[in-house]
Design a protein around this ligand. Structure first.
Ligand code: FMN
Length: 201
């Protein structure tokens, strides 16, 4: 059966570095028969987590229900039917963007954390889905990997959602031009990553 892959763009710029690399990854997965969907976090309605912890109170493997009725729940339903995730955010002020962070905080529903319990427990230890993490920065990628929190934040998003990161693509020097173009290397990495998600390698 065709793999279903969701791509989440946490950049503010359509056709910017992150968008292009997410698109390239998804296109490569599609070429191997995967069905893909791209979601721009700037285009969907996602409320801030208000820390009411309603969604964390009931035990069980499924994410808890949130008090907000918004697009997060739609994304969640789609994710539950998917096999892979591409999550991308540029580095802004040394970490992922605010829209990415807002999405991330809503993932608390993947944990069981009733009142009185010291810390959250992930509902499912299963990491049977795959994830590709994509980030970019003005600084060179070797510095970005050391000095920014973006790779770690993206990894946390993926693992919280029950996906095992199979590749991190870090596009450095991404702020030199108004319309940044991914390097040949980054495009090659995105294509390999897309094939990995589609089950090709
Ligand atoms: C508000 C803001 C903050 C930024 N902070 C950083 C930073 O801390 N470190 C860095 O290397 N680049 C920083 N950048 C550069 C962006 O990471 C770069 O423009 C982005 O990766 C390009 O991705 P995009 O084309 O998808 O927007 C910042 C850019 C903006 C607009």
């Amino acid at each position: 059966m065709a793999k279903k892959i969701i791509g989440i763009v946490g950049s503010y710029r359509k056709n910017g570095m992150i968008d292009r690399l997410v698109t390239e990854t998804l296109a490569s997965a599609e070429a191997l028969g995967a069905v893909t969907k791209k979601i721009y976090l700037t285009d969907v309605h996602i409320e801030f987590c208000n820390n009411c912890r309603y969604c964390t109170q009931k035990p069980g493997p499924e994410p808890g229900k949130c008090v907000h009725a918004d697009d997060f729940n739609v994304i969640l339903s789609e994710w539950q039917e998917s096999d892979g995730l591409v999550i991308g955010s540029p580095v802004n002020f040394y970490n992922v963007t605010a829209v990415t962070r807002r999405f991330m905080e809503r993932l608390v529903c993947f944990s069981y954390w009733p009142w009185g319990q010291h810390s959250p427990k992930m509902r499912s230890g299963n990491k049977d889905k795959k994830a590709v993490l994509i980030t970019s920065s003005a600084m060179p990628s070797f510095m970005g990997r050391i000095f920014t929190g973006a790779p770690r934040a993206l990894r946390l998003i993926a693992t919280t959602m029950g996906a095992k990161p199979v590749k991190t693509i870090f596009a450095g020097l991404a702020a030199q031009e108004e319309n940044p173009v991914p390097s040949e290397k980054a495009i090659r990495q995105a294509r390999v990553a897309g094939r990995q998600l589609a089950g090709g390698q």
